[in-house]
Design a protein around this ligand. Sequence first.
Ligand code: ATP
Length: 235
Amino acid sequence: MLKLQNVQAGYGNILAIKDVSLEINEGEIITLIGANGAGKSTTLMTICGVVPSRAGKISFLGEEIQDKEPDEIVRMGICQVPEGRHIFPLLTVRENLDMGAFLRSDHQEIKKDIDYVFDLFPILAERKNQDGGTLSGGEQQMLAMSRALMARPKLMLLDEPSMGLAPLVIKQVFEIIKKINKESGTTIFLVEQNANQALHIADRGYVMENGKITLAGRAEELLGNAEIQKAYLGI
Ligand code: ATP
């Protein structure tokens, strides 16, 4: 579904990702793990066209996208839930969801999707008329994921959804990611520092260090890998 071949990208003189190659198949949950500053967010932003790639190829559903504008990439079915959520704080929950559907005009289907996300996150239904900015961190994460779902993405990119959340809420967020993948078939690319939880819901994983992919494998293999256990799982 998505293929990166020797992709490079960066900021000014900094090359943040160097020769990154990875592949995501339809229906999978893939996680990209790595320490702070490894280049994970840059990888996501390069896929979305927000950070321009300097070399290599990115293809989505057989079409090259490395030179496309971000809005075109969204229209093709890739949607990102950015680090730090970035919901609209002064819009209500319902209005935030409407913003997620702004490229769509199929009103009946939009209504169905609103019902679907309210079903996934009943707390958002309870708070639908409340301003986004007044929600807790966990609720804002749920809203950011719901807003992305309103675009009916084929591929959802999640940047550190667990960041800053309490352990119980983190567990809930990961369960919902798995549920979204199972129920709607949405392919998920999950960037996480919380390697343990991410590998527990993922099919496969990639490890990134200093802008390079250093290890790849099935999630259960990575969970059992002594180096990963030492570096990322605190074992
Ligand atoms: P984190 O978990 O902290 O977000 P990350 O693995 O997502 O880390 P990136 O945010 O992609 O890593 O950062 C990769 C490298 O690029 C780092 O050296 C970082 O300092 C640098 N970098 C990131 N954003 C910018 C920017 N806007 N301008 C300059 N350098 C940047």
